[in-house]
Design a protein around this ligand. Structure first.
Ligand code: ATP
Length: 326
């Protein structure tokens, strides 16, 4: 059993609201366990450069309510190479760091697995991504806040859509996954969601919109995941225009607004629990696992499992959207 004295924490990939709450929990739990704790700046980039800062309880004061990440984040191509990871390992050893907590998405966990596999270095992952596309946890940190951001935007768009009898296509994040689109469609009372996991049939969509017009709906909002196979919200509007109806159509792309903002109470709670669980797991000599939360209980999911299994969308969500729009 490795005796851990010094741990480091980093955030990597896209930033997600709640990452700061997770950093805070990691730092404070580590201090409670009499561990020294370091922050790594700019994700794996900081490992390669040896960019470490010592952290104490004060370093994480007043951050639970803030979006972004105080440790900064980056996407590092060099870390994907063996040479990059060798440098990282050397820097960790030089700084006498015994274990690492990484907070990020699927790519971040792949990088962590490589470090464990190649150097048997203890790493525990925390799921932090607005996409909610990781297997082995009900929710990822940041997803709930992003959903609330989209829902608020949809509510505002509904006001203008109703006033002008307009149709809106609201593009949300999700390059490969429709989780944000589906849940925000339900929460925002939108009329349909177009997602990468389901092939978009423009003729069927056109029929649906004609139906809404016949029902004399005063507004119509379609949520489009950016990775939808039809090519995004602008493209869908263009293709619908080819039918020659007199639909008044507008497009709103929410973009990076979905990443920012103060985390919801759920994201703060989730991040706090996962941060504590990550340190507990390292003390328990766990490595190569992600901590997740299922049915409000902490679970340990091997990196291999969460990386191998792609999370699939719940068909029930599609049924709910259909039911609510009949
Ligand atoms: P998000 O879901 O927000 O995009 P992510 O963690 O999936 O977050 P990525 O950019 O895919 O974001 O990954 C973050 C970093 O992890 C990469 O920049 C790279 O340094 C590292 N990484 C990704 N894939 C691998 C891999 N196969 N091997 C080693 N490192 C990797």
């Amino acid at each position: 059993m490795t005796q851990i004295k010094r741990v480091a924490v980093l955030t990597s990939g896209g930033d997600a609201p709640g990452m700061n709450a997770a950093i805070r929990a990691v730092v404070r739990k580590a201090l409670q366990e009499n561990l020294e704790v370091y922050g790594v700046l700019r994700g794996y980039e900081g490992l390669i450069k040896g960019d470490f800062i010592e952290m104490n309880s004060k370093s994480v004061a007043n951050i639970i309510q803030t979006g972004g990440t105080i440790l900064k984040t980056a996407r590092s191509e060099v870390f994907k190479t063996e040479e990059g990871r060798k440098l990282s390992y050397k820097n960790l050893k030089k700084a006498e760091i015994d274990a690492l907590v990484v907070i990020g998405g699927d790519g971040t966990l792949k990088g962590a697995r490589a470090l464990v596999d190649e150097y048997n270095f203890p790493v525990v992952g925390i799921p932090g991504t607005i996409d909610n596309d990781l297997f082995g946890t009900d929710m990822t940190i940041g997803y709930d806040t992003a959903l609330n951001t989209v829902m608020t935007a949809v509510d505002k768009i509904r006001d203008t859509a109703m006033s002008h009898d307009r149709m809106f296509f609201v593009e949300v994040m999700g390059r490969d996954a429709g989780f944000i689109a589906l849940r925000s469609c339900i929460a925002g009372g939108a009329e349909a969601a177009l997602i990468p996991e389901v092939e978009t049939d423009i003729n069927a969509l056109h029929e649906k919109l004609l139906g809404y017009m016949r029902q004399k709906k005063t507004s119509c909002i379609i949520i489009v995941a950016e990775g939808d196979d039809a090519g995004g919200a602008f493209k869908i509007k263009e293709r619908l225009q080819e039918f020659g109806d007199d639909f008044d159509m507008k497009v709103t792309v929410l973009g990076h607004t979905q990443r920012g903002g103060s985390p919801t109470s759920y994201d703060r709670y989730l991040a706090s629990r996962l941060g504590i669980a990550a340190i507990e797991a390292l003390i328990d000599d766990q490595r190569s696992i992600m901590v997740g939360m299922i049915n409000n209980e902490i679970v340990h999911v091997p990196f291999n499992k969460t990386i191998k299994h792609h999370r699939t969308i719940d068909q029930k969500m599609l049924e709910i959207i259909n039911t609510l729009n009949t």
